[in-house]
Design a protein around this ligand. Structure first.
Ligand code: FES
Ligand code: FE2
Length: 372
């Protein structure tokens, strides 16, 4: 069974997604012209969720996956199904000497995916389970999707391991939307007024730099009885990782926003909010976290509710101040797999250690344009 990482604890404080999931859906709300797995780095686990000696089941990119640590503690993320007879290595599998052992007939696979042991065989069969390039830093385990070895890296996020910041508020939600539209949210100027309570849309300028992009801006919002000015600096690292640094009189925080395709209809957004401890009044940190949870997490749920039912507008009708979405789409297009047959999905045995074992997923169909 794929492990569900959705730990939406908001039901307890009355902020869960509500009952809109049962509302009728227009099929166009699941149709996108872009492939659902853009190429790049995605964080699929927090480091402390992957304990040595344990096999963790995951489900991302439309496939069952497992994660485990090798003898040197190095993290591996690989396909979940055993090439021998198809058992799910995360369902009853265990780690033995840093290799994952299949629960059905005892074959073992190392962190590079290759079979290292098969009971009753003179030598291990030359087979392997597919997988991904993996990196681990900033308290996160990242995997890379794409037909080639990664050509860029996600920079470290110092706040994630700094004693000046509280342990993160960790909030995960799922929505029926493409991850690109989750990212478009940060440059959608006008929604800041309606969803996030800001007095006017912020002025935004996206500055692309290869697979990275930055946005710097300011906003004013009312918290309790005060109008507070804040700055926010956004750092995008490819299609799945974004760091937002907010500085204001009341609160300074760094948010790591992780957007990851679950399957061709569902995307995950995991937000890790690191609140800076007030240096003179550190005992106020729990109170700040409580207020922030009530304010910000409810706003995210409002967005999820909208995302679940919106359709993709290939040519949205944008007002003069709404430049962000267009700029974001231009930048984001570099991560969409090309149809060029010169860059096929991985199929060769030599790709075993670095690549998924299945070809790239098909695109979702696109319905004909509908007059608006
Ligand atoms: S199915 Fe895994 S060892 Fe047989
Ligand atoms: Fe938003």
């Amino acid at each position: 069974m794929p492990r569900r990482r959705s730990h939406d604890k908001l039901a307890r404080i009355g902020l869960a997604q509500g009952d809109h999931a049962d509302e009728p859906r227009d099929p166009r709300a699941d149709e996108y012209p872009m492939p659902f797995v853009p190429h790049g780095w995605y964080a699929v686990l927090r480091s402390d969720e992957l304990r040595t000696g344990k096999v963790v089941s995951l489900h991302y990119f439309g496939r069952a996956l497992i994660a485990f640590r090798g003898p040197d503690g190095q993290a591996a993320v690989r396909d979940a199904h055993c090439p021998h007879y198809g058992a799910h290595l995360g369902v009853g599998g265990k780690v033995v000497d840093g290799a994952v052992e299949c629960p059905f007939h005892g074959w073992r696979f190392g962190t590079d995916g290759r079979c290292t042991h098969a009971p009753f065989a003179a030598r291990p069969p030359k087979v392997a389970i597919g997988g991904f390039p993996v990196r681990e830093h900033s308290g996160l385990v990242f995997v890379h999707t794409g037909p080639a070895e990664p050509s860029w890296e996600v920079p470290e996020v110092p706040e994630a391991t700094s004693p000046d910041y509280a342990s993160p508020i960790d909030d995960t939600c799922h929505a029926r939307i493409h991850i690109q539209e989750m990212r478009e949210n940060i440059v959608d100027e006008s929604h800041f007024t309606f969803i996030h309570g800001q007095s006017e849309p912020p002025a935004l300028e996206l500055e692309p730099d290869g697979p990275f992009a930055e946005v710097r801006s300011r906003f004013r919002r009312r918290v309790l009885a005060w109008d507070l000015d804040n700055t926010f600096d956004v750092f995008m690292y490819g299609p799945g990782v974004m760091v937002v640094r907010v500085h204001g009189a009341l609160l300074s925080l760094t948010a790591i926003a992780l957007t990851t395709p679950v399957d061709d209809r569902t995307s995950e957004m995991r937000m890790l909010y690191y609140i800076r401890k007030p240096s003179r009044l550190p005992f106020l940190t729990p109170l700040l976290k409580l207020v922030f949870r009530r304010e910000a997490l409810a706003e995210v749920r409002e967005e999820v509710r909208i995302w679940d039912h919106k359709i993709h507008q290939a040519r949205p009708i944008l007002l003069p101040h709404e430049k962000g979405i267009k700029a974001l789409r231009r930048w984001y297009a570099q991560f969409h797999p090309s149809d060029d047959p010169a860059t096929p999905g991985p199929t060769r045995a030599s790709d075993w250690a670095a690549q998924p074992s299945t070809p790239p997923p098909p695109r979702r169909p696109v319905s004909p344009a509908v007059p608006q």
